[in-house]
Design a protein around this ligand. Structure first.
Ligand code: ZN
Length: 251
């Protein structure tokens, strides 16, 4: 049964108990990591996985709380003698920046390095970025400070779906991306530039007619969080949970 694991749930300032926001989608044949923070090998082992199970990596945008772990993760996998290719999906500007950072680490000189295949995703709505017999993964641009992708994942064998807003101000792109999903994972950093409050996340979930809302990327350092659920419930009118690290959703 496919599942989504909350690998990290914090906004940009991570805490001892909550890592920066990143997600993992686990199927029978493919395991898809969405964003990459530090200590990925240890984090994967906490959910019973190793690096070889990760087939695909989506990078949502080039902010350090979402992509700073990429060089370390690649180096760790190389040291662990990974053989299988890794597919990396992102906007072309994000791929270029990622490769620039890797070049600074002279990754092309690491002997016996496994194959990394980069797949540029266009900045168009509802783009089918990856399809297998288990998943269809669509991307749409959302409204953050820099070009950023939200995702919709359809679990084809069980006919269920989820959407992830990523970092964004409330926007119609997310409403369309999340239309009718079983689970919307929406950020709740606060009503500031390029971000959303919990109440705004609830409104988006209501407009999208999502079955359930999970709040993520909230300020774990300064806010205990529980009031965020009440605020989102008031504007959504449906079930809301506060995403926490290692929480799992089955589909
Ligand atoms: Zn962020």
């Amino acid at each position: 049964m496919p599942k989504l694991i909350i690998m990290g749930s914090s906004s940009a300032v991570a805490t001892r108990d909550q890592a920066n926001t990143h997600l993992l989608v686990k199927g029978e044949k493919r395991t898809i990591l969405i964003d990459c923070v530090d200590s990925m090998i240890g984090r994967l082992s906490q959910v019973g996985l190793d690096q070889n199970s990760v087939t695909d990596l989506f990078l949502t945008h080039f902010h350090p709380d979402h992509v700073a772990g990429v060089p370390g993760f690649l180096m760790s996998m190389w040291l662990l003698k990974r053989q299988r290719p890794l597919h990396v999906f992102a906007l072309s500007s994000v791929l270029e920046s990622t490769i620039k950072v890797l070049d600074l680490y002279q990754w092309r000189q690491w002997p016996g390095f496994f194959q990394v295949e980069f797949h540029a995703v266009p900045e168009t709505e509802h783009h089918l970025a990856l399809q297998s017999d288990e998943f269809a993964i669509f991307t749409s641009p959302v409204r953050h400070m820099i070009p950023t992708l939200g995702l919709r994942i359809e679990f084809l064998q069980v006919e269920r779906s989820l959407a992830y807003s990523c970092d964004t101000a409330p926007c119609d792109e997310v409403v369309r991306l999340a239309s009718g999903v079983d689970l919307l994972i929406h950020e709740a950093t606060g009503a500031e530039f390029g971000h959303s409050s919990a109440a705004q996340a609830g409104s988006i979930a209501r407009k999208a007619e999502a079955g359930k809302l999970a709040l993520i990327h909230y300020a774990t350092l300064i806010e205990p969080g529980n009031h965020l659920v009440q605020q989102a419930e008031a504007s959504f009118g449906g079930p809301v949970v506060l995403a926490k690290d290692l929480m799992e959703f089955e589909f």
